[in-house]
Design a protein. Structure first.
Length: 385
């Protein structure tokens, strides 16, 4: 008797003729996760099986699979001889202890002496006879017992279904560029887009020496946590120190953040173009702070013309965002108290309803704005996380 892990995928079913494309990427992502274990992955028509692994690796394999977008649920099945008595006893052992249930039988071996329906009924009766606290409900059961009769004389029997991340396999939706700060929101924004199949590089803006090396380390750490779910992440670090100093020296104080955000967006667009990213992603949430009012977002949004900016958190409350950060494991790192560039030269009362024309007028006070952006971009540093 040994165990196998059953992997089910969800939404890919909806993809019609493209299904194979999505499946290929999902299988690739699963294989990458399983590389460090001694096991085999069998790719079936509607689900996959992880077999031949050491029992002590089971928990770690499940944990690894629970980080793969595109997997809908997992089960650990017991693999037994498919003679009726053995199957019956195993089914009884995995059945729930109370509530309603049904038995689902899948019979690959058509020579098996019972049809699927007959075997399900027979096993259902046996389970009921063993535990009178249970009832059968074929339509809306609280739990199910699954039995797969296989062609090699074995059967897989299992009861528990472990919900997984769902979503789409990372990579199937192309590549984007995530604006990654050291805060709580942006790692969650990356996670949400990865859930829809987006692979991404990340860009971080820093104001060294006003911001510390530790602040940068923190961002690298966040990217390395996200990697577990999102695949390899390339991090671009761009200094905006000089841009901030120039804005501080020449422009109206209240516009500091607005102008910095516009500069960041322009640099992000250039980075995305250079490294072939098709969209920009950030962690903005409507009304969260002065730089995220509708007017502020309009003014920063205006600087990017060649690609969409996705804001997966736009309609979420802070607590909802925190809950996801806790689940993904980025929260603890995000709350470490290092300075972000946005906190350098912070004005006392930033504008909350800026206008595009006024922002442009402020930018015209900077001597050679383009050269300023070019110098920042020339100092882009690449870190493979
Ligand atoms: P917090 O959790 O503190 O809100 P945040 O990362 O969301 O952190 P905001 O000031 O709300 O910080 O910034 C909005 C968005 O702008 C961020 O989610 C991020 O995508 C982007 N951003 C802000 N600062 C930086 C930075 N230094 N480098 C890269 N992106 C940044
Ligand atoms: Mg935020």
């Amino acid at each position: 008797m040994n165990n196998v892990i059953v992997i089910r995928y969800g939404e890919l079913y909806l993809k019609g003729k493209n299904k194979h494309y999505f499946e290929r990427i999902l299988v690739q992502n699963i294989r990458r996760k399983l590389k460090k274990f001694n096991c085999t992955l069998t790719v079936g028509r509607s689900r996959y099986l992880v077999e031949n692994y050491a029992p002590q690796d089971e928990r770690a394999i499940l944990d690894a699979l629970l980080c793969v977008f595109g997997i809908h649920s997992l089960s650990v099945a017991v693999c037994v001889s498919n003679d009726y008595e053995t199957v019956k006893n195993t089914a009884i052992s995995v059945a729930p202890t109370k509530g309603s249930f049904r038995v689902n039988v899948n019979r690959a071996d058509k020579r098996y002496p019972y049809t699927s329906v007959a075997l399900a009924a027979k096993l259902g009766d046996a389970i009921l006879a063993h535990n009178d606290k249970l009832t059968v409900d074929l339509h809306t059961p609280d739990a199910a017992v699954y039995v797969d009769i296989r062609e090699d004389g074995t059967a897989y029997v299992y009861g528990k279904v472990i919900p997984a991340l769902g979503g789409m396999p990372v990579g199937c939706a192309g590549k984007g560029l995530l604006l990654l700060s050291g805060g709580i929101d942006s790692p969650v924004a990356g996670f949400m887009m990865a859930k829809r199949g987006l692979r991404f590089d990340a860009v971080h803006f820093h104001s060294y020496p006003y911001t510390s090396d530790q602040a940068k380390e923190k961002v690298i750490k966040l990217a390395s946590i996200l990697k577990k779910y999102c695949g390899n992440i390339r991090l671009y670090c761009i200094p905006v120190t000089e841009i901030q100093e120039q804005i501080h020296a020449h422009c109206t104080d209240a516009f500091m953040i607005t102008l910095l955000r516009r500069a960041m967006m322009r640099l992000a667009e250039r980075t995305a173009q250079k490294f072939v990213c098709g969209c920009i992603v950030n962690g903005e949430s409507l009304g969260q702070v002065a730089s995220q009012t509708l007017e502020s977002i309009t003014v920063t949004n205006d600087t990017v013309k060649s690609m969409p900016i996705f804001r997966p958190l736009i309609g979420m409350d802070k607590q909802e965002i925190i809950d996801i950060a806790l689940k993904t494991g980025t929260y603890e790192t995000s709350i470490l108290p290092y300075e972000d560039c946005c906190t350098v030269f912070l004005p006392e009362s930033p504008v909350t309803r800026p206008q595009i024309a006024k922002a442009e007028e402020e930018e015209s006070k900077l001597t050679d704005y383009d050269a300023l952006l070019n110098r920042a971009f020339d100092n882009l540093e690449i870190i493979d996380v």
